[in-house]
Design a protein around this ligand. Structure first.
Ligand code: MN
Length: 205
């Protein structure tokens, strides 16, 4: 189990087949304003890959883009909406198909309003992930060991959590509802980028 660091794109043979867990780190929460600094990706084998984009990057990352857009490869996220928007804005690629552990959690863990990654990993897997580096300078010339560990841990547990959440979605009869939500996510992200970030377009007023 290792963390691999790359600049500007993923090597061609980095990932095995099957679903990949993906996360991003940016300069902030506004994808139109805040540049994409890091993409973390894992095939679930225990290794995590970090792809760092420098200031002024051309975001010319053909290997990474091909994986994100591959219709035969599911991309797992926690709060996919933000990452899809960040990836679309920076790389110009629509990430699909996707799975979001936060949406799955909201659909089955109706006994709580705590759907953050840390809480979900703790309850479902009994593991502890630190969120200490969440708000740190991801644009720095050199990422600290603590930042790299944190970034990698954000994609480390998504495969295992998907298995558990899928079983619960089936148990509660909400798998089709979840799938429809996942399928809508690229459109939701496009609405965020197009100027409807905090408006519920389904709301009456
Ligand atoms: Mn993260």
């Amino acid at each position: 189990m290792s963390v691999y660091f790359h600049e500007e794109d993923l090597p061609a043979d980095a990932l095995g087949p099957g679903p990949v867990a993906v996360d991003t780190e940016t300069m902030g929460l506004n994808p139109l304003r805040d540049r994409l600094c890091l993409v973390q990706i894992s095939d679930g084998s225990g290794d995590e890959h970090l792809v760092r984009f420098g200031p002024g990057s051309a975001y010319d990352a053909p290997v990474l883009k091909a994986i994100l857009a591959d219709p035969n490869r599911l991309k797992l996220f926690h709060f996919a909406r933000f990452d899809i928007a960040a990836l679309q804005h920076a790389l110009g690629v629509v990430t699909a198909p996707v799975y979001c552990t936060k949406i799955a959690s909201r659909l089955v863990r109706t006994y709580t309003d705590r759907h953050g990654l840390k809480e979900l990993v703790r309850e479902l897997l009994g593991q502890d992930v630190s969120k200490q580096q969440q708000s740190s300078d991801w644009g720095a010339a050199t990422l600290t060991d603590a930042q790299r560990d944190y970034a990698a841990s954000d994609v480390r547990f998504l495969h295992a959590m998907k298995d558990i959440l899928d079983a619960r979605l089936v148990r509660e009869g909400r798998m089709e509802l979840a799938q429809a939500c996942f399928d809508f996510l690229p459109t939701r992200a496009a609405l965020d980028l197009a100027g409807w970030p905090e408006i519920d377009i389904f709301a009456h007023s």
